[in-house]
Design a protein around this ligand. Structure first.
Ligand SMILES: [Zn+2]
Length: 179
């Protein structure tokens, strides 16, 4: 015969099991549990899980930046000094990466060889960078860049597709045009 204590335990166990079912598993109309995370969100199928934009940008930088350095050689665009150490050889943005729209952020001409001192310590050495840009690409182009780098992109612009197409391109690219 079941004692009062035993039946209480059984009821408690049933309650816990029901609670687990309701918080971690939803039951579909045909009675099969739908797997969800602890927060209740449906788990994304790992095979179709999308790579984050950040990771795509990292991947793009891995292919693009060495090409920029190869194009420009070891001369800093802003102070014009020769870069002797590899760790000082940077790919620096003229219009700051975080302020640019995605197109200008990875525009080849907006990124040029810079020494670590100009890129990091002098925060881009902006005035000298501009002078170097004008010398390299012409004033008209620099003025165009100045007025367009943070323009909003069209609504139909797809950042993921854009980044993937650039990755595809630069992954197979041997060298960049110098002008
Ligand atoms: Zn420099």
């Amino acid at each position: 015969m079941r004692t009062y204590w035993n039946s209480t335990v059984t009821i408690k166990r049933r309650k816990i099991a029901r609670r687990r079912l309701s918080t971690h598993q939803n039951v579909s109309s045909i009675g099969k549990p739908i797997k969800t995370s602890k927060t209740g969100k449906k788990r994304a199928n790992s095979s179709i899980k999308k790579v984050s934009i950040k990771k795509l940008e990292k991947k793009l930088q891995k292919y693009l930046y060495p090409l920029i350095k190869q194009r420009d050689g070891n001369r800093c665009i802003s102070c014009e000094k020769t870069i002797t150490e590899k760790r000082n050889h940077h790919a620096g943005h003229y219009a700051k990466a975080e302020l640019c729209n995605l197109v200008w952020r990875y525009a080849e001409k907006n990124i040029n060889t810079q020494c670590g001192s100009c890129n990091l310590w002098k925060r881009g050495n902006t005035l000298s960078y501009r002078r170097g840009m004008i010398k390299k690409y012409g004033e008209e182009y620099v003025k165009y860049l100045d007025s367009h780098y943070n323009e909003p992109l069209p609504l139909e612009f797809n950042p993921r597709l854009y980044l993937e197409s650039l990755i595809y391109h630069y992954e197979r690219c041997d060298s960049l045009d110098r002008t």
